[in-house]
Design a protein around this ligand. Structure first.
Ligand code: KG4
Ligand code: ZN
Length: 404
């Protein structure tokens, strides 16, 4: 297998990323410019500001990634860029820059689905560890793999297969409404805990009683989904074996997280927590800029910490129960958990515990590779590079791009 140093570029949401990865298994550099400070005052990502910040950051971030890798524009073998899903304006910044580089340098360009990137972050991390331990092929992962991609924009379950560097994905579940990370972010905003909510709630929850508030999670009837399959039929259409399987009657595993956000709001109203929340909002605004979690913690009473811990426990239990039920139903050999929410400490511990009880190996990327980054894009591009699956000159951003 030839070695290839691929420059990855990621700009789908609120992080501008550039990385150089050798042959999908060795990170030479991985630079991420976060826009948290820009979006912080708004409590969420503002698309127009995101595009502007990407424009500002893209050149220095790419230069830094090349310099840290000891590479130059001329020495890289290919350029990979996120095509979608994501914010159209944000995606376009990365795509335009990658296209210009590819044209000027006469290097191949590879378009990568952001979700595929999250899945390949797991493999990249695993392969890096294997390299360090100097172990090899007899430790290969077994297929089929079930991948839970759980982030601010997605809560998707995919069955993943690989044959001769061709990766195919079958969607067997997704959220009907809010993504899990979105629920973390919305609850944090509602409680005036800051943005992005996931990492803050993760830290605060460690100080609360997760049994204090009982949340009822939405139970999705699988039969409902068969009627509204629509787009997902496309996801399942891989031909041969897969086409037959799409007709089989196995259940799908959907999620729903808008209800729990409403339940938190109802709890806030019933317990009259609003004055304390507004006081915290004012205190945090007074600190100016992004406060440390310790500062937020000081502004939280016991009831708020209990609420946050109970919310996180309910989210983790639901994600775990549905994913492991899907793993049993589809009889998978390996489980991947990736995307921003995969950085959650309670989620990692719960998945490890439950999967071990089921005798199922579970893999997470390191935390820095769980949230958005460009190393995962460069890693996902490597099998496409080997297959010479290059992007045409006229490809563009696809905000709602499905993964197949
Ligand atoms: O993958 P990502 O960086 O961007 C998207 O593709 O969406 O995920 C960002 C999401 C945000 O919703 C953020 O709150 C959540 O991941 N997140 C976490 C944690 N770290 C990031 N959620 C729970 N616990 C965490 N430690
Ligand atoms: Zn992401």
């Amino acid at each position: 297998m030839p070695d290839a140093n691929i420059l990855g570029i990621e700009s789908s949401c609120d992080e501008t990323g550039a990385a150089v990865v050798r042959s999908g298994e060795r990170i030479l550099s991985n630079v991420v410019a976060s826009q948290i400070a820009t979006h912080w005052p708004y409590g969420g990502v503002v698309p127009e500001l995101a595009s502007r910040e990407h424009l500002r950051a893209i050149v220095p971030v790419v230069r830094q990634a090349l310099a840290e890798a000891g590479e130059s524009y001329q020495s890289i073998d290919a350029i990979a860029v996120t095509q979608g899903p994501g914010l159209a304006g944000a995606l376009l910044v990365g795509i335009s820059f990658a296209k210009a580089l590819s044209f000027a340098l006469e290097k191949p360009l590879i378009a990568v689905n952001h979700l595929e990137g999250h899945i390949h972050a797991v493999l990249l991390d695993y392969r890096q560890m294997e390299r360090r331990r100097r172990t090899t092929a007899n430790n290969e992962m077994e297929f089929p793999v079930l991948a839970l991609v759980v982030s601010g924009g997605h809560t998707h379950l995919y069955l993943a297969e690989e044959r001769e560097n061709l990766w195919t994905y079958e969607n067997i579940g997704h959220t009907r409404d809010d993504a899990a990370g979105e629920a973390f972010d919305k609850v944090a905003k509602l409680l005036a805990l800051g943005y992005p909510g996931g990492p803050i709630i993760d830290r605060l929850a460690q100080h609360g009683d997760a049994q204090a508030v009982k949340f009822q999670m939405a139970q999705i009837k699988h039969a409902d989904r068969r009627r509204d399959w629509g787009n997902d039929r496309g996801d399942r259409n891989h031909g041969g074996e897969r086409a037959l399987r799409s007709e089989d009657d196995r259940p799908l595993f959907d999620f729903s997280y808008s209800g729990i956000k409403t339940a938190v709001l109802r709890y806030v109203e019933m317990q009259n927590l609003k004055p304390a929340i507004e006081a915290r909002r004012a205190a945090l605004a007074g600190l100016g800029g992004k406060p440390a979690v310790e500062d937020i913690l000081k502004l939280c009473d016991r009831q708020t910490l209990d609420l946050v811990a109970s919310f996180q426990r309910a989210m983790v239990s639901d994600l775990g129960a549905k994913t492991l039920a899907a793993a049993r139903e589809y009889d998978v050999r390996t489980l991947f958990v990736s995307g921003g929410v995969a950085a959650n400490s309670e989620l990692r511990a719960a998945f490890e515990r439950e999967a071990a009880m089921q005798g199922l190996p579970v893999f997470f990327p390191a935390r820095a590779l769980s949230t958005d980054n460009a190393a995962m894009i460069a890693a996902a591009a490597f099998p496409k590079f080997l297959r010479r699956q290059f992007a045409s000159e006229d490809f563009s951003a696809e905000a709602g791009m499905p993964l197949r």
